[in-house]
Design a protein around this ligand. Sequence first.
Ligand SMILES: Cc1ncc(COP(=O)(O)O)c(C=O)c1O
Length: 508
Amino acid sequence: MTLLHETRNRLRERLRKPTERALSVAFRYAKRVPFVKRRLEAEYASMLEEIRAAAKPYRDRVPSHPRLPELGHDREQLLAEIDALQAQEADRWRDGFVSGAVYHGDREHIEFLNQVYARCSQANPLHADLWPSVVKYEAEIVAMTAHMLGGAYVSEHDDVCGTVSSGGTESIMLAMKTYRDQARQQRGIKSPQMVVPSSAHAAFDKASRYFGIEMIKVPVGADCRADVGATRQAITRNTVVVVGSAPSFPHGVVDPIEELAELARARGIGFHTDACLGGFVLPWATELGYPVPRFDFRVPGVTSISADTHKYGYAAKGTSVVLYRNKGLRRFQWYTTTDWPGGLYMSPTFAGSRPGALSAACWAAMLSIGAQGYREATRRILETAATIRAGIENVPGLRVLGDPLWVIAFASDELDIYRVMDFMSHRRWNLNGLHRPACVHLCVTLRHTQPGVAERFLADLREAVQHVRTQPAGKGGMAPIYGLAGSLPVRGAISDVLERYLDVLYEV
Ligand SMILES: Cc1ncc(COP(=O)(O)O)c(C=O)c1O
Protein backbone atom coordinates (compact mmCIF):
# COMPACT_ATOMS: atom_id res chain seq x y z
CA MET A 1 0.00 0.00 0.00
CA THR A 2 1.29 3.45 -0.82
CA LEU A 3 1.83 6.19 1.77
CA LEU A 4 -1.13 8.06 0.26
CA HIS A 5 -3.32 5.00 0.68
CA GLU A 6 -2.22 4.65 4.27
CA THR A 7 -2.78 8.29 5.19
CA ARG A 8 -6.23 8.17 3.61
CA ASN A 9 -7.12 5.03 5.54
CA ARG A 10 -6.05 6.57 8.82
CA LEU A 11 -7.99 9.72 8.14
CA ARG A 12 -11.04 7.61 7.38
CA GLU A 13 -10.54 5.66 10.60
CA ARG A 14 -10.41 8.94 12.59
CA LEU A 15 -13.50 10.34 10.94
CA ARG A 16 -15.38 7.07 11.22
CA LYS A 17 -15.53 6.96 15.00
CA PRO A 18 -17.67 10.06 15.69
CA THR A 19 -19.79 9.36 12.58
CA GLU A 20 -20.32 5.77 13.68
CA ARG A 21 -21.30 6.80 17.18
CA ALA A 22 -23.79 9.39 15.87
CA LEU A 23 -25.29 6.91 13.42
CA SER A 24 -25.61 4.17 15.98
CA VAL A 25 -27.38 6.54 18.41
CA ALA A 26 -29.69 7.73 15.61
CA PHE A 27 -30.43 4.12 14.69
CA ARG A 28 -31.28 3.22 18.30
CA TYR A 29 -33.76 6.10 18.52
CA ALA A 30 -35.26 5.40 15.08
CA LYS A 31 -35.88 1.80 16.12
CA ARG A 32 -38.23 2.96 18.85
CA VAL A 33 -40.66 4.37 16.29
CA PRO A 34 -43.29 1.59 15.81
CA PHE A 35 -43.45 2.00 12.05
CA VAL A 36 -39.66 1.81 11.67
CA LYS A 37 -39.50 -1.15 14.03
CA ARG A 38 -42.12 -3.05 12.02
CA ARG A 39 -40.36 -2.33 8.73
CA LEU A 40 -37.02 -3.42 10.16
CA GLU A 41 -38.42 -6.65 11.59
CA ALA A 42 -39.98 -7.46 8.20
CA GLU A 43 -36.60 -6.87 6.52
CA TYR A 44 -34.80 -9.01 9.11
CA ALA A 45 -37.34 -11.82 8.68
CA SER A 46 -36.76 -11.96 4.94
CA MET A 47 -32.96 -11.95 5.37
CA LEU A 48 -33.25 -14.68 7.98
CA GLU A 49 -35.22 -17.00 5.72
CA GLU A 50 -32.14 -17.58 3.56
CA ILE A 51 -29.88 -17.81 6.61
CA ARG A 52 -32.29 -20.24 8.30
CA ALA A 53 -32.23 -22.59 5.30
CA ALA A 54 -28.43 -22.71 5.47
CA ALA A 55 -28.25 -23.07 9.27
CA LYS A 56 -30.92 -25.78 9.51
CA PRO A 57 -30.31 -28.14 6.58
CA TYR A 58 -31.82 -31.12 8.41
CA ARG A 59 -35.06 -29.43 9.33
CA ASP A 60 -37.39 -31.24 6.95
CA ARG A 61 -35.15 -34.22 6.27
CA VAL A 62 -34.59 -35.97 9.59
CA PRO A 63 -36.81 -36.31 12.66
CA SER A 64 -36.42 -33.61 15.31
CA HIS A 65 -36.73 -34.17 19.07
CA PRO A 66 -38.26 -31.13 20.75
CA ARG A 67 -39.46 -33.10 23.85
CA LEU A 68 -37.96 -35.80 26.03
CA PRO A 69 -39.29 -39.14 24.82
CA GLU A 70 -41.29 -41.03 27.42
CA LEU A 71 -39.19 -44.12 26.75
CA GLY A 72 -35.53 -43.74 25.98
CA HIS A 73 -34.49 -44.45 22.43
CA ASP A 74 -32.46 -47.45 21.47
CA ARG A 75 -28.73 -46.70 21.70
CA GLU A 76 -27.93 -48.33 18.37
CA GLN A 77 -30.60 -46.24 16.69
CA LEU A 78 -29.20 -43.05 18.21
CA LEU A 79 -25.69 -43.93 17.10
CA ALA A 80 -27.04 -44.54 13.61
CA GLU A 81 -28.75 -41.13 13.68
CA ILE A 82 -25.51 -39.43 14.68
CA ASP A 83 -23.52 -41.39 12.08
CA ALA A 84 -25.94 -40.35 9.33
CA LEU A 85 -25.51 -36.64 10.14
CA GLN A 86 -21.77 -36.98 10.70
CA ALA A 87 -21.41 -38.62 7.28
CA GLN A 88 -22.88 -35.53 5.62
CA GLU A 89 -20.45 -33.18 7.35
CA ALA A 90 -17.10 -34.93 7.70
CA ASP A 91 -15.96 -35.11 4.07
CA ARG A 92 -15.66 -31.37 3.69
CA TRP A 93 -13.10 -30.88 6.45
CA ARG A 94 -11.48 -34.29 6.03
CA ASP A 95 -10.74 -33.62 2.34
CA GLY A 96 -9.15 -30.24 3.13
CA PHE A 97 -11.84 -27.82 1.90
CA VAL A 98 -12.04 -25.89 5.16
CA SER A 99 -10.02 -22.95 6.49
CA GLY A 100 -8.79 -23.71 10.04
CA ALA A 101 -11.46 -25.53 12.13
CA VAL A 102 -9.88 -29.02 12.10
CA TYR A 103 -6.16 -28.72 12.47
CA HIS A 104 -4.98 -32.33 12.41
CA GLY A 105 -7.82 -34.68 11.47
CA ASP A 106 -5.91 -37.89 10.62
CA ARG A 107 -8.10 -40.89 11.35
CA GLU A 108 -5.64 -42.71 13.66
CA HIS A 109 -4.97 -39.55 15.65
CA ILE A 110 -8.69 -38.95 16.17
CA GLU A 111 -9.29 -42.56 17.14
CA PHE A 112 -6.49 -42.37 19.71
CA LEU A 113 -7.97 -39.19 21.27
CA ASN A 114 -11.39 -40.86 21.33
CA GLN A 115 -9.95 -43.83 23.20
CA VAL A 116 -8.48 -41.52 25.82
CA TYR A 117 -11.78 -39.62 26.10
CA ALA A 118 -13.71 -42.85 26.55
CA ARG A 119 -11.48 -43.89 29.45
CA CYS A 120 -11.87 -40.57 31.30
CA SER A 121 -15.37 -39.37 30.37
CA GLN A 122 -16.50 -39.12 34.01
CA ALA A 123 -13.47 -37.20 35.27
CA ASN A 124 -13.89 -33.65 36.61
CA PRO A 125 -10.87 -31.68 37.83
CA LEU A 126 -13.16 -29.65 40.10
CA HIS A 127 -12.97 -32.74 42.30
CA ALA A 128 -9.21 -32.84 42.54
CA ASP A 129 -9.43 -35.41 45.31
CA LEU A 130 -11.40 -37.85 43.12
CA TRP A 131 -9.38 -37.37 39.95
CA PRO A 132 -5.79 -36.47 40.86
CA SER A 133 -4.86 -38.05 37.49
CA VAL A 134 -6.53 -35.16 35.64
CA VAL A 135 -4.84 -32.67 37.95
CA LYS A 136 -1.53 -34.24 36.95
CA TYR A 137 -2.42 -34.07 33.22
CA GLU A 138 -3.35 -30.39 33.45
CA ALA A 139 -0.24 -29.41 35.38
CA GLU A 140 1.89 -31.18 32.78
CA ILE A 141 0.03 -29.59 29.82
CA VAL A 142 0.80 -26.18 31.34
CA ALA A 143 4.43 -27.08 32.09
CA MET A 144 5.08 -28.42 28.57
CA THR A 145 3.46 -25.37 26.96
CA ALA A 146 5.36 -22.97 29.23
CA HIS A 147 8.65 -24.66 28.40
CA MET A 148 7.89 -24.48 24.66
CA LEU A 149 7.09 -20.75 24.95
CA GLY A 150 10.29 -19.62 26.64
CA GLY A 151 9.33 -20.44 30.23
CA ALA A 152 12.85 -21.60 30.95
CA TYR A 153 14.33 -18.25 29.95
CA VAL A 154 12.71 -15.96 32.52
CA SER A 155 14.64 -14.33 35.37
CA GLU A 156 15.06 -15.96 38.76
CA HIS A 157 12.20 -13.79 40.10
CA ASP A 158 9.71 -15.37 37.71
CA ASP A 159 8.28 -18.83 37.38
CA VAL A 160 6.05 -19.20 34.32
CA CYS A 161 2.79 -20.89 35.26
CA GLY A 162 -0.79 -21.04 33.99
CA THR A 163 -4.00 -23.00 33.66
CA VAL A 164 -5.88 -25.09 31.15
CA SER A 165 -9.05 -23.42 29.84
CA SER A 166 -11.83 -24.38 27.43
CA GLY A 167 -10.49 -22.48 24.40
CA GLY A 168 -8.79 -19.37 23.12
CA THR A 169 -11.64 -17.07 24.06
CA GLU A 170 -11.65 -18.27 27.65
CA SER A 171 -7.84 -17.99 27.91
CA ILE A 172 -7.99 -14.40 26.66
CA MET A 173 -10.92 -13.46 28.88
CA LEU A 174 -9.22 -14.96 31.93
CA ALA A 175 -6.08 -12.95 31.24
CA MET A 176 -8.02 -9.68 30.77
CA LYS A 177 -9.95 -10.23 34.01
CA THR A 178 -6.65 -10.99 35.73
CA TYR A 179 -5.13 -7.67 34.63
CA ARG A 180 -8.27 -5.75 35.59
CA ASP A 181 -8.22 -7.20 39.11
CA GLN A 182 -4.47 -6.76 39.50
CA ALA A 183 -4.67 -3.10 38.48
CA ARG A 184 -7.63 -2.49 40.79
CA GLN A 185 -5.82 -3.96 43.77
CA GLN A 186 -2.26 -2.81 43.13
CA ARG A 187 -2.81 0.52 41.37
CA GLY A 188 -6.29 1.50 42.51
CA ILE A 189 -7.55 1.71 38.89
CA LYS A 190 -11.33 1.95 38.82
CA SER A 191 -11.81 2.75 35.11
CA PRO A 192 -9.53 0.21 33.44
CA GLN A 193 -8.55 0.37 29.78
CA MET A 194 -6.92 -2.17 27.47
CA VAL A 195 -4.89 -1.14 24.43
CA VAL A 196 -5.51 -3.59 21.61
CA PRO A 197 -4.67 -3.62 17.89
CA SER A 198 -7.77 -3.53 15.67
CA SER A 199 -6.66 -6.89 14.22
CA ALA A 200 -6.80 -8.68 17.60
CA HIS A 201 -9.39 -11.40 18.05
CA ALA A 202 -12.99 -10.50 18.98
CA ALA A 203 -12.40 -12.27 22.31
CA PHE A 204 -10.69 -9.08 23.56
CA ASP A 205 -13.79 -7.04 22.74
CA LYS A 206 -15.89 -9.67 24.46
CA ALA A 207 -13.67 -9.41 27.56
CA SER A 208 -14.00 -5.62 27.42
CA ARG A 209 -17.80 -5.87 27.44
CA TYR A 210 -18.04 -8.63 30.04
CA PHE A 211 -15.57 -7.14 32.50
CA GLY A 212 -16.11 -3.41 32.02
CA ILE A 213 -12.64 -2.73 30.65
CA GLU A 214 -12.67 0.06 28.10
CA MET A 215 -11.19 -1.14 24.83
CA ILE A 216 -8.83 1.32 23.17
CA LYS A 217 -8.47 0.02 19.62
CA VAL A 218 -5.32 0.96 17.78
CA PRO A 219 -5.36 0.80 13.95
CA VAL A 220 -2.81 -1.46 12.31
CA GLY A 221 -0.26 -0.29 9.74
CA ALA A 222 -0.20 -0.98 6.00
CA ASP A 223 1.55 -4.29 6.76
CA CYS A 224 -1.45 -5.28 8.95
CA ARG A 225 0.79 -5.29 12.06
CA ALA A 226 0.05 -3.34 15.23
CA ASP A 227 1.28 0.23 15.07
CA VAL A 228 3.87 0.84 17.81
CA GLY A 229 3.65 4.66 17.67
CA ALA A 230 -0.16 4.64 17.86
CA THR A 231 0.01 2.14 20.72
CA ARG A 232 2.38 4.41 22.64
CA GLN A 233 -0.06 7.29 22.23
CA ALA A 234 -3.02 5.16 23.32
CA ILE A 235 -1.53 4.15 26.68
CA THR A 236 -2.88 6.16 29.61
CA ARG A 237 -2.68 6.00 33.40
CA ASN A 238 -5.71 3.70 33.28
CA THR A 239 -4.16 1.16 30.91
CA VAL A 240 -4.07 -2.24 32.60
CA VAL A 241 -2.76 -4.30 29.67
CA VAL A 242 -1.37 -3.93 26.15
CA VAL A 243 -2.04 -6.69 23.62
CA GLY A 244 -0.35 -8.13 20.53
CA SER A 245 -1.05 -11.19 18.36
CA ALA A 246 1.32 -13.92 17.21
CA PRO A 247 -0.12 -14.13 14.65
CA SER A 248 -3.40 -12.25 14.24
CA PHE A 249 -6.52 -14.16 13.20
CA PRO A 250 -7.49 -11.99 10.18
CA HIS A 251 -4.17 -11.57 8.38
CA GLY A 252 -1.88 -14.11 10.03
CA VAL A 253 0.91 -11.61 10.72
CA VAL A 254 2.94 -11.40 13.94
CA ASP A 255 2.74 -8.01 15.65
CA PRO A 256 6.00 -6.28 16.71
CA ILE A 257 5.77 -7.93 20.12
CA GLU A 258 9.23 -6.85 21.36
CA GLU A 259 8.51 -3.16 20.80
CA LEU A 260 4.94 -3.33 22.10
CA ALA A 261 5.90 -5.31 25.20
CA GLU A 262 8.71 -2.86 25.93
CA LEU A 263 6.20 0.02 25.92
CA ALA A 264 4.21 -1.85 28.56
CA ARG A 265 7.23 -2.97 30.60
CA ALA A 266 8.66 0.54 30.77
CA ARG A 267 5.38 1.76 32.30
CA GLY A 268 4.88 -1.19 34.69
CA ILE A 269 1.88 -2.46 32.67
CA GLY A 270 1.14 -6.05 31.70
CA PHE A 271 1.51 -7.31 28.12
CA HIS A 272 -0.47 -10.20 26.66
CA THR A 273 0.68 -12.10 23.57
CA ASP A 274 -2.26 -13.80 21.91
CA ALA A 275 -0.57 -16.90 20.51
CA CYS A 276 -3.82 -18.86 20.28
CA LEU A 277 -3.07 -19.52 16.61
CA GLY A 278 0.71 -19.46 16.70
CA GLY A 279 1.68 -20.91 20.08
CA PHE A 280 2.15 -24.42 18.71
CA VAL A 281 3.54 -23.35 15.31
CA LEU A 282 5.94 -20.43 15.79
CA PRO A 283 8.41 -22.19 18.15
CA TRP A 284 8.90 -24.93 15.53
CA ALA A 285 8.92 -22.44 12.66
CA THR A 286 11.78 -20.66 14.44
CA GLU A 287 13.69 -23.93 14.78
CA LEU A 288 13.10 -24.64 11.09
CA GLY A 289 14.75 -21.32 10.21
CA TYR A 290 11.67 -19.23 9.28
CA PRO A 291 11.99 -15.52 10.12
CA VAL A 292 9.85 -15.36 13.27
CA PRO A 293 10.08 -12.27 15.46
CA ARG A 294 10.34 -13.01 19.20
CA PHE A 295 6.92 -13.20 20.82
CA ASP A 296 7.09 -15.37 23.95
CA PHE A 297 8.51 -15.17 27.49
CA ARG A 298 12.01 -14.59 26.06
CA VAL A 299 10.73 -11.03 25.53
CA PRO A 300 11.12 -9.40 28.96
CA GLY A 301 7.86 -7.38 28.83
CA VAL A 302 5.59 -10.31 27.94
CA THR A 303 3.65 -11.15 31.10
CA SER A 304 1.01 -13.55 29.74
CA ILE A 305 0.36 -15.72 26.68
CA SER A 306 -2.66 -17.60 25.35
CA ALA A 307 -1.88 -20.70 23.26
CA ASP A 308 -4.52 -23.07 21.94
CA THR A 309 -3.95 -26.77 22.36
CA HIS A 310 -7.19 -27.39 20.42
CA LYS A 311 -5.77 -25.73 17.31
CA TYR A 312 -2.18 -26.55 16.32
CA GLY A 313 -1.66 -28.46 19.60
CA TYR A 314 -3.83 -31.07 17.79
CA ALA A 315 -5.96 -31.85 20.86
CA ALA A 316 -9.72 -32.43 20.63
CA LYS A 317 -11.88 -29.28 20.69
CA GLY A 318 -12.25 -27.69 24.09
CA THR A 319 -8.82 -26.91 25.55
CA SER A 320 -6.36 -24.03 25.56
CA VAL A 321 -3.61 -22.77 27.86
CA VAL A 322 -3.22 -19.36 29.47
CA LEU A 323 0.26 -18.70 30.86
CA TYR A 324 1.53 -16.03 33.25
CA ARG A 325 5.06 -14.88 33.87
CA ASN A 326 4.71 -15.55 37.60
CA LYS A 327 2.40 -16.93 40.22
CA GLY A 328 1.75 -13.50 41.74
CA LEU A 329 -0.04 -12.46 38.56
CA ARG A 330 -1.90 -15.77 38.14
CA ARG A 331 -3.33 -15.38 41.62
CA PHE A 332 -5.66 -12.65 40.28
CA GLN A 333 -7.28 -15.27 38.08
CA TRP A 334 -8.29 -17.51 40.98
CA TYR A 335 -11.76 -17.58 42.48
CA THR A 336 -12.29 -18.63 46.10
CA THR A 337 -15.20 -18.25 48.51
CA THR A 338 -15.34 -19.07 52.19
CA ASP A 339 -18.91 -18.11 53.22
CA TRP A 340 -21.03 -20.16 50.82
CA PRO A 341 -23.30 -22.67 52.55
CA GLY A 342 -22.18 -25.14 49.86
CA GLY A 343 -18.79 -25.29 51.57
CA LEU A 344 -15.34 -23.90 50.95
CA TYR A 345 -15.11 -23.46 47.20
CA MET A 346 -12.42 -22.56 44.70
CA SER A 347 -12.01 -22.80 40.96
CA PRO A 348 -9.17 -21.71 38.69
CA THR A 349 -11.19 -20.70 35.59
CA PHE A 350 -14.72 -19.52 34.69
CA ALA A 351 -16.35 -22.94 34.73
CA GLY A 352 -17.09 -24.95 37.83
CA SER A 353 -17.19 -28.57 36.75
CA ARG A 354 -14.97 -29.21 33.76
CA PRO A 355 -14.47 -32.06 31.28
CA GLY A 356 -11.42 -33.90 32.61
CA ALA A 357 -11.54 -36.19 29.59
CA LEU A 358 -10.67 -33.29 27.29
CA SER A 359 -7.62 -32.48 29.41
CA ALA A 360 -6.60 -36.15 29.36
CA ALA A 361 -6.96 -36.22 25.57
CA CYS A 362 -4.98 -32.98 25.26
CA TRP A 363 -2.18 -34.36 27.44
CA ALA A 364 -2.14 -37.57 25.39
CA ALA A 365 -2.09 -35.61 22.11
CA MET A 366 0.93 -33.58 23.22
CA LEU A 367 2.88 -36.57 24.50
CA SER A 368 2.06 -38.79 21.53
CA ILE A 369 3.12 -36.13 19.01
CA GLY A 370 6.23 -34.84 20.78
CA ALA A 371 8.61 -32.11 19.62
CA GLN A 372 9.57 -34.06 16.51
CA GLY A 373 5.93 -34.50 15.51
CA TYR A 374 5.11 -30.81 15.99
CA ARG A 375 8.22 -29.77 14.08
CA GLU A 376 7.36 -32.06 11.17
CA ALA A 377 3.71 -30.92 11.14
CA THR A 378 4.86 -27.29 11.08
CA ARG A 379 7.27 -28.00 8.23
CA ARG A 380 4.49 -29.54 6.14
CA ILE A 381 2.03 -26.72 6.91
CA LEU A 382 4.51 -23.94 6.14
CA GLU A 383 5.67 -25.54 2.89
CA THR A 384 2.09 -26.01 1.71
CA ALA A 385 1.22 -22.47 2.77
CA ALA A 386 4.19 -21.09 0.80
CA THR A 387 2.92 -22.87 -2.33
CA ILE A 388 -0.58 -21.49 -1.78
CA ARG A 389 0.65 -17.98 -1.07
CA ALA A 390 2.83 -17.93 -4.20
CA GLY A 391 -0.11 -19.28 -6.21
CA ILE A 392 -2.45 -16.53 -4.97
CA GLU A 393 0.16 -13.88 -5.72
CA ASN A 394 0.27 -15.18 -9.28
CA VAL A 395 -3.46 -14.73 -9.86
CA PRO A 396 -3.91 -11.37 -11.65
CA GLY A 397 -6.32 -9.19 -9.68
CA LEU A 398 -5.55 -10.70 -6.26
CA ARG A 399 -3.05 -9.50 -3.67
CA VAL A 400 -1.92 -11.06 -0.40
CA LEU A 401 -2.17 -8.85 2.67
CA GLY A 402 0.93 -8.39 4.85
CA ASP A 403 3.65 -11.03 5.02
CA PRO A 404 1.93 -14.13 6.41
CA LEU A 405 3.35 -17.60 6.98
CA TRP A 406 0.30 -19.87 7.01
CA VAL A 407 -2.87 -17.80 7.51
CA ILE A 408 -3.12 -16.16 4.11
CA ALA A 409 -5.49 -13.25 3.61
CA PHE A 410 -6.07 -11.94 0.10
CA ALA A 411 -7.97 -9.02 -1.34
CA SER A 412 -8.66 -7.44 -4.70
CA ASP A 413 -8.59 -3.85 -5.88
CA GLU A 414 -10.63 -4.75 -8.98
CA LEU A 415 -13.12 -7.44 -8.00
CA ASP A 416 -15.66 -8.08 -5.27
CA ILE A 417 -13.65 -10.49 -3.12
CA TYR A 418 -16.82 -11.80 -1.45
CA ARG A 419 -18.10 -12.95 -4.83
CA VAL A 420 -14.83 -14.83 -5.23
CA MET A 421 -15.52 -16.41 -1.83
CA ASP A 422 -19.09 -17.29 -2.88
CA PHE A 423 -17.85 -18.99 -6.04
CA MET A 424 -15.33 -20.95 -3.96
CA SER A 425 -18.10 -22.07 -1.62
CA HIS A 426 -19.93 -23.58 -4.60
CA ARG A 427 -16.75 -25.61 -5.11
CA ARG A 428 -17.13 -26.78 -1.46
CA TRP A 429 -14.44 -24.41 -0.09
CA ASN A 430 -15.18 -22.91 3.30
CA LEU A 431 -13.05 -19.77 3.55
CA ASN A 432 -13.21 -17.01 6.15
CA GLY A 433 -14.76 -13.74 5.01
CA LEU A 434 -13.11 -10.74 6.69
CA HIS A 435 -13.68 -7.01 6.47
CA ARG A 436 -12.04 -3.66 7.17
CA PRO A 437 -10.43 -4.14 4.68
CA ALA A 438 -12.55 -6.50 2.57
CA CYS A 439 -10.63 -9.74 2.20
CA VAL A 440 -10.82 -13.50 2.59
CA HIS A 441 -8.40 -15.88 4.27
CA LEU A 442 -7.35 -19.49 4.21
CA CYS A 443 -5.88 -20.80 7.45
CA VAL A 444 -3.67 -23.70 6.33
CA THR A 445 -3.80 -26.85 8.47
CA LEU A 446 -2.52 -30.40 8.14
CA ARG A 447 -5.64 -31.16 6.07
CA HIS A 448 -4.26 -28.97 3.29
CA THR A 449 -0.94 -30.83 3.23
CA GLN A 450 -2.62 -33.87 1.68
CA PRO A 451 -1.51 -34.47 -1.93
CA GLY A 452 -3.32 -32.33 -4.48
CA VAL A 453 -5.21 -30.06 -2.07
CA ALA A 454 -3.10 -26.91 -2.65
CA GLU A 455 -3.27 -27.40 -6.43
CA ARG A 456 -7.06 -27.91 -6.29
CA PHE A 457 -7.44 -24.73 -4.20
CA LEU A 458 -5.42 -22.66 -6.66
CA ALA A 459 -7.18 -24.06 -9.72
CA ASP A 460 -10.60 -23.28 -8.19
CA LEU A 461 -9.41 -19.82 -7.15
CA ARG A 462 -8.23 -18.98 -10.67
CA GLU A 463 -11.58 -20.09 -12.00
CA ALA A 464 -13.42 -18.07 -9.34
CA VAL A 465 -11.56 -14.89 -10.30
CA GLN A 466 -12.24 -15.51 -13.97
CA HIS A 467 -15.93 -16.06 -13.22
CA VAL A 468 -16.29 -12.88 -11.14
CA ARG A 469 -14.44 -10.91 -13.81
CA THR A 470 -16.70 -12.06 -16.63
CA GLN A 471 -20.12 -12.81 -15.10
CA PRO A 472 -22.60 -10.39 -13.54
CA ALA A 473 -23.41 -10.83 -9.84
CA GLY A 474 -26.23 -13.27 -9.07
CA LYS A 475 -28.59 -13.22 -6.10
CA GLY A 476 -27.83 -14.54 -2.61
CA GLY A 477 -24.56 -15.64 -1.01
CA MET A 478 -22.36 -13.77 1.43
CA ALA A 479 -21.30 -10.98 -0.94
CA PRO A 480 -24.41 -8.79 -0.39
CA ILE A 481 -24.28 -9.34 3.39
CA TYR A 482 -20.63 -8.27 3.66
CA GLY A 483 -21.40 -5.40 1.31
CA LEU A 484 -24.11 -4.25 3.71
CA ALA A 485 -21.91 -4.68 6.79
CA GLY A 486 -19.32 -2.44 5.18
CA SER A 487 -21.76 0.42 4.66
CA LEU A 488 -22.09 2.57 7.74
CA PRO A 489 -25.81 3.38 8.12
CA VAL A 490 -26.91 -0.25 8.44
CA ARG A 491 -24.28 -1.53 10.89
CA GLY A 492 -26.77 -1.41 13.77
CA ALA A 493 -29.17 -3.39 11.62
CA ILE A 494 -26.51 -5.99 10.82
CA SER A 495 -25.91 -6.38 14.52
CA ASP A 496 -29.66 -7.00 14.96
CA VAL A 497 -29.52 -9.65 12.24
CA LEU A 498 -26.60 -11.38 13.94
CA GLU A 499 -28.57 -11.52 17.19
CA ARG A 500 -31.52 -13.03 15.36
CA TYR A 501 -29.19 -15.49 13.69
CA LEU A 502 -28.20 -16.73 17.16
CA ASP A 503 -31.91 -17.12 17.94
CA VAL A 504 -32.28 -19.22 14.78
CA LEU A 505 -29.50 -21.57 15.87
CA TYR A 506 -31.60 -22.62 18.87
CA GLU A 507 -34.76 -23.22 16.89
CA VAL A 508 -35.75 -26.89 16.69
C1 LIG B 1 -5.53 -15.32 17.25
C2 LIG B 1 -6.74 -15.95 17.87
N1 LIG B 1 -7.06 -15.64 19.15
C3 LIG B 1 -8.12 -16.17 19.75
C4 LIG B 1 -8.95 -17.05 19.10
C5 LIG B 1 -10.17 -17.59 19.79
O1 LIG B 1 -10.08 -18.98 19.96
P1 LIG B 1 -11.37 -19.88 20.26
O2 LIG B 1 -12.19 -19.90 19.03
O3 LIG B 1 -10.74 -21.19 20.60
O4 LIG B 1 -12.09 -19.30 21.41
C6 LIG B 1 -8.66 -17.39 17.78
C7 LIG B 1 -9.53 -18.30 17.03
O5 LIG B 1 -9.37 -18.55 15.86
C8 LIG B 1 -7.54 -16.83 17.15
O6 LIG B 1 -7.22 -17.11 15.87
